[in-house]
Design a protein around this ligand. Structure first.
Ligand code: EPU
Length: 342
């Protein structure tokens, strides 16, 4: 492939996705500088081939070798960029590890992101699915971001509204998918910080540690403990966190399920509908700890699919489809995958 860019061929993506799937990229480029993206854009033949953008690879299921160009975003840097009366502004480059960034903000004395500790992946991937955990979501602290637009070759500056954040969703899963390459993300962290202990399991963890007036680091430590207990470490067992979104259903459906299953876990939404715990439904249908070949359902959290060793993306997708069909047959609820399926 003619270009001054250091593009590699038949590149294994195994170390670049947290499921540990050994899919290959026909062409691969590690992006450490925006100048590479300008060069890519100027090369009309390169620009035309299908692209896949990978950050930390923690929210993707690779079901086949990728026939086009995989861009691994590896730009680094974190900085405090300003403040006003209410907030401190911090900026991180897309290739930074999310958890390392959260820990860095806490070490600087800035609270806000503690509930989002230990989420696998990179800073640049975090806005794509509006990462969330233990009562917080990225959108709560997001200010704006800069991305490279592969369609125009120009930089895009996107505000919070431009990103159309929703539950595990954003414009980057829709109109800007594989088009906008997120380069840097800016956060606004509140100076008048309040602990967010709405999530019962988090409050219980702090209580069990005898902490009555939690600071941000106490909360981060509690979140890290809960996650470590319940969720498999992708460095040891391949996984992409929750494999399905928690479905939002009508009050009618929730009420009829509740009559059938009195222990149903559901959370009322502002619009009168209910969010159901997909992990509870999958568990109820008997899938927790089960496996088909090397594709498994985690034994402590049925929402997490795991690569028990050597599973292909197709194996995991097959298991996911079986689970989806079974939950639909037994409960009348259609589960949607959370990761991007490629
Ligand atoms: N449950 C079961 N069995 C299971 C799993 C869950 O009965 O196998 C029940 C739990 O006891 C609880 C309820 O289902 O009553 C919800 O479970 P949990 O609190 O573990 O959270 P979740 O709804 O399964 C969501 C996020 C996680 C996030 C946690 C904590 C989604 C899809 N998942 O999981 O996010 O860490 O809440 O906030 O929204 C991720 O997105 O990758 C992820 C891990």
């Amino acid at each position: 492939m003619a270009s001054q860019l250091d593009i590699q061929s038949h590149y294994s993506l195994r170390a670049l996705n947290t499921f540990g799937i050994d899919a290959k990229a026909a062409h691969y480029l590690e992006v450490t500088d925006v100048a590479q993206l300008h060069a890519l854009y100027r090369d009309t033949s390169l620009r035309a081939i299908p692209r896949l953008i990978l950050g930390g690879g923690s929210n993707v299921l690779l079901t086949h070798d990728f026939p086009g160009l995989v861009l691994h975003i590896a730009t680094l840097g974190m900085a405090v960029t300003g403040e006003d009366e209410q907030q401190v502004f911090v900026t991180a480059q897309a290739g930074e590890n999310w958890h390392a960034f959260v820990q860095w903000t806490l070490a600087q004395g800035f609270a806000g992101l503690e509930n989002l500790s230990l989420i696998p992946g990179s800073v640049g991937a975090a806005p794509i699915q509006n990462i969330g955990a233990y009562g917080s979501e990225l959108v709560d602290f997001f200010h704006s971001l800069t991305a490279f637009d592969m369609t125009s070759g120009e930089l895009l500056y996107l505000s919070k509204a431009d990103c159309a954040f929703a539950y595990r969703d954003s414009v980057f899963k829709h109109t800007l998918r594989d088009r906008a390459i997120i380069l840097e993300v800016r956060f606004a962290l509140p100076k008048a910080w309040q602990p967010n202990l709405r999530y019962a399991e988090l409050a219980a963890e702090l209580a069990s540690r005898g902490i009555t007036k939690a600071n941000a680091q106490d909360i981060a430590d509690a979140v890290i403990a809960i996650r470590t207990r319940k969720l498999p470490d992708p460095a040891k067992v391949g996984n992409a966190g929750s494999f399905f979104k928690n479905p939002v259903v009508s009050a009618e459906l929730r009420n009829s399920l509740l009559a059938q299953y009195p222990a149903l876990v559901s959370y009322p939404q502002a619009d009168g509908r209910y969010k159901l715990a997909a992990g509870w439904l999958i568990d109820q249908c008997g899938w927790k700890g089960k496996s088909i070949g090397a594709a498994g359902v985690h034994e402590n959290q049925a929402l997490v699919l795991v690569n028990l060793g050597g599973a292909s993306g197709a194996d995991l997708l097959h298991l996911a489809n079986k689970i989806r069909d079974d939950v639909n047959a037994k409960c009348g609820v259609i589960l949607e995958p959370e990761p991007v399926i490629v």
